[in-house]
Design a protein around this ligand. Structure first.
Ligand code: NAD
Length: 443
């Protein structure tokens, strides 16, 4: 049985969590800065603010979401009332990544608690300051048997995955996602996998280029490019490429000054391993802007790379850093050659004023979600499902969808006793004709 199934007590737990996260907000902001110099503005806009608004949204809607949902009954079952009951899965394991270490830990915890589950959260070992505050918040809010936070590295995660869970919610890389899926398969445990990918961003010749440059620079270099849904590479119409590159350069300077290393609004790479991986990508590429690196502070400048080959390091895998390759295209088959070269991405963005082109691009490619004429902001509407497809993930969450993700949907038919239509019962002789006529009438 689940720890708490009563909706009012779940709501009280969430109200307690809301008070606690508000009390510790400044501590989280300080921890995020200590972990990778995340600017305070970005910490509020993409971490603490999100968590607070998701908590309020969940608290306000929990009764509505938890209520059995009535659906139209099938006439074949007449007389009946049919409903879907939302049942907690039971014991839930949540494994979180480091890039939005606060938000991506607490978002699923909020939903799992709202849906009535017991939870174990394992935050990332790469952001130890933030993980410590997250663990403190969990400890201050919940009974350990209800929600526990276990800090540690991949070995701890491996031990946790070896146990039996009723649901596993994982956010992280594709490679580890496959390990999680294998571990879950042993007990047929359902999973949500929130993974990554190589996200294309198309700019056609009709786009509002200045605004597009501004929005791309913001979405790409936020969190120093360490955002799963950030544009990974640009596909720019050949007709406007030169103008667009000039605009991107000036928007980078507007945002971070001529020396982004001195800007307090630009974060750092999480660790030496990732810094080296990214620094290596810049070797042998034509740099259009940026390119400066500093290992002692894990700094990599916002960098534009010109026309890299598809088999180059920068185009092989997800970049996950402040490096933006710019490829140009002449026609839609050029676009298809590049985009179809990769697994289905987590997001895609199209900058255009041509509605039918935007519509065609959205329908032509499979990807988790995205925007027309902006980047990354689809994440922030809790009425939109957030998740990947294919290699970028399984399942989705946010808002009501999160509650549903952490609930088993139990289908119940409540049959009336005042009449009992006899046709279904054996002996069947003479009833097949009536059945066929009935089925025809119902279809
Ligand atoms: P990661 O896969 O290396 O680590 C994620 C979590 O898994 C961490 O808690 C880590 O301790 C654990 N882990 C690592 N190795 C493991 C193993 N062998 N067995 C079990 N657990 C293990 O990912 P990361 O570097 O923290 O995050 C970056 C990746 O996450 C990127 O690919 C990014 O696109 C993706 N991401 C996706 C989303 C999303 O919502 N779809 C959000 C953020 C990040």
């Amino acid at each position: 049985m689940s720890f708490k199934t009563d909706i009012n007590s779940r709501k009280q737990s969430l109200i307690k969590l809301l008070n606690c996260v508000q009390v510790h907000e400044q501590e989280i902001i300080t921890a995020l800065y200590a972990d990778f110099k995340k600017p305070e503005f970005e910490a509020v806009v993409s971490e603490t603010g999100y968590v607070i608004s998701e908590l309020k949204h969940t608290i306000n809607n929990i009764h509505k979401w938890a209520k059995p949902q009535k659906v139209l009954p099938s006439l074949l079952n007449f007389p009946s009332t049919d409903s879907i009951f939302k049942e907690p899965y039971g014991k839930v394991l949540i494994i979180a990544p480091w890039n939005y270490p606060y938000q991506l830990s607490l978002y699923p915890v909020i939903a799992a608690v709202a849906a009535g589950n017991q939870v174990v959260l394992k935050p990332s070992e790469l952001t130890p300051n933030t993980s410590k505050v997250v663990a403190k918040i969990i400890k201050e809010t919940f009974d350990k048997k209800h929600v526990d936070c276990i800090e540690g590295n991949h070995e701890v995660a491996t031990e946790l995955l070896a146990q039996r869970w009723d649901y596993i919610f994982f956010t992280g890389s594709v490679a580890v996602g496959k390990i999680v899926a294998q571990a879950a398969a042993k007990n047929l445990t359902p999973v949500t996998l929130e993974l990554g990918g190589k996200n294309p961003c198309i700019i056609d010749e009709t786009a509002n280029l200045k605004l597009a440059a501004k929005r791309i620079v913001w979405g790409k270099f936020l969190n120093a490019g360490q955002t799963c849904i950030a544009p990974d590479y640009l596909l720019v119409s050949k007709k406007v490429k030169a103008d667009f590159v000039a605009l991107l350069k000036s928007e980078i300077a507007n945002a971070y000054g001529n020396n982004p290393e001195a800007s307090k609004d630009f974060a750092r790479i999480i660790n030496g391993k990732n810094w080296k991986r990214l620094a290596l990508m810049l070797k042998e590429e034509k740099i259009l802007a940026g390119g400066e690196i500093n290992e002692s502070s894990f700094y990599i400048a916002p960098t534009l790379v010109d026309e890299p080959k598809l088999d180059s390091l920068v185009m092989k895998d997800e970049i996950f850093g402040p490096i933006l390759p710019i490829l140009s295209y002449s026609n839609e088959s050029d676009l298809a050659k590049v985009i179809s070269n990769y697994e289905k991405p987590l997001s895609m963005f199209v900058f255009t004023q041509n509605k039918s082109f935007a519509d065609k691009m959205i329908r032509s490619y499979s990807f988790g979600g995205g925007c027309i004429n902006d980047t990354v902001i689809h994440f922030s509407n809790s009425r939109l499902p957030f998740g990947g497809v294919g290699h970028s993930g399984i399942g989705a969450y946010h808002g009501r969808r999160s509650f549903d993700t952490f609930s088993h949907h139990k289908a119940i038919v409540k049959k009336g006793n005042w009449i009992d239509i006899p046709i279904r019962y054996a002996p069947y002789e003479g009833k097949l004709k009536i059945l066929r006529r009935l089925l025809k009438w119902l279809s």
